[in-house]
Write a protein that binds this ligand. Structure first.
Ligand SMILES: [Zn+2]
Length: 49
């Protein structure tokens, strides 16, 4: 089970990046704010780009 999940994420690292919206687009959390004004700072703190 865990091995399957690990394999999935390591096999497709770009999937995570594609989910992150542009800075001026609506945030992925559904707040309808712009991403840069909402979760962008939080995501950067987590180490996402
Ligand atoms: Zn957000």
């Amino acid at each position: 089970m865990f091995n399957t999940i690990k394999k999935f994420f390591s096999a497709e690292p770009e999937v995570t990046i594609e989910r992150i919206p542009g800075r001026n687009e609506a945030c992925h959390c559904g707040s309808e704010k712009k991403y840069k004004a909402c979760c962008l700072p939080k995501d950067q703190r987590k180490g996402l780009r």
